[in-house]
Design a protein around this ligand. Sequence first.
Ligand code: NAD
Length: 371
Amino acid sequence: MSKLISGLYNPSRRSFLKKSTAGIITALAAPAIISCANGSQSNKKKLGLALMGLGYYSTDILAPSIQMCKNVYLAGIVTGTPSKAETWKSKYNLKDENIYNYENFDEIIKNDEIDIVYVVLPNALHKEFTIRAAKAGKHVICEKPMAPTVADCQEMIAACKTNNVQLTIGYRMHFEPYTQEIMRLAKDKDFGNVRHISTGAAFNMNFFDNWKSKKELNGGSMMDMGVYPLQAARYSTGEEPISVSAQTFKIRPDKIEADEVTSFQLQFPGGTVATCATGFHANFNYLKVFCENGWYELDPFSSYNGIQGKKSNGEFKFPEVNQQARQMDEVAWCLINEKPMRVTGEEGVKDIRVVEKIWESIAQGGKTIMI
Ligand code: NAD
């Protein structure tokens, strides 16, 4: 990881942020200064973030996490439900002029208090609203998965580039210490080369009147949970897969229109094989990495908390963190300091490139497809 990133995660952060404030005023059109970690208040404000789509993830996870952030605060919301606007306004002390709906959202271009729009909508809407946010001159955090197709992702990347704003994807695991250790092991090869990966993320869905079970809004288990094992296979090797074979199964076709249970096998250029599983049919969450000279695992590996790690030579432990707060804080820090995002739009598109091949393999009865 770069010096920049480690500066956020270790005791040197305090001095790093203090040192960097000098450059901030010139770095942003609307002057915005982070508060220093030692509590000494610099003279301006944190970056302002607007949450778009006030469903489960925004309400239960992101909004409380933003309260823990040092570099960014909840400045606004975008919602189609007036009653939610009222509730959020009083709960988070929001200004009327920072509350938008999906129709008047483009007026956000005139709002200097909002630097970042966080798109937390059904997957099929990520593209439209990322592009609209970019055209309004706002940096974008777009939730995972980035968008249904590679072409969609590329349009999003292009719109952000054209409008000179940054785009990042809500891959919170990249900010989580156990996951970062898995990424380090892929590089440093403490146990030799990775030979086999077994990973899966699924939950037993018992609500069906929701976009996640429908195709139209790009629901389905692969896009919802399957991107976690896909990501894990990629970051556990540090490589891009060269081939995929995939299968899908239905258990409750009357209730779930989109894919319910999907499995896929990847091969990587270094020879590693990954068997990956996802679904809306059972609760599991594991990542096991088998190397030439040992193994390591996280179980669970992609939950918000409670991640546990073991290696063939013993347990390993890291402090628990708020992944979402860490992600949003670092995104704001990178914007303030004009540093590249840890998770770029390109990272999002790499997964969707594989997902497209997964659909192709399924359509051809599980045939191995080169990527
Ligand atoms: P949700 O259904 O709980 O919320 C979706 C929100 O979008 C709702 O407030 C809904 O009113 C709004 N919306 C706007 N237009 C809509 C439309 N046309 N149809 C349906 N809803 C519409 O979903 P969620 O679980 O909050 O997921 C939202 C996004 O966040 C998804 O992309 C999902 O993959 C992602 N997510 C990420 C994580 C993570 O850990 N990174 C966790 C959960 C969800």
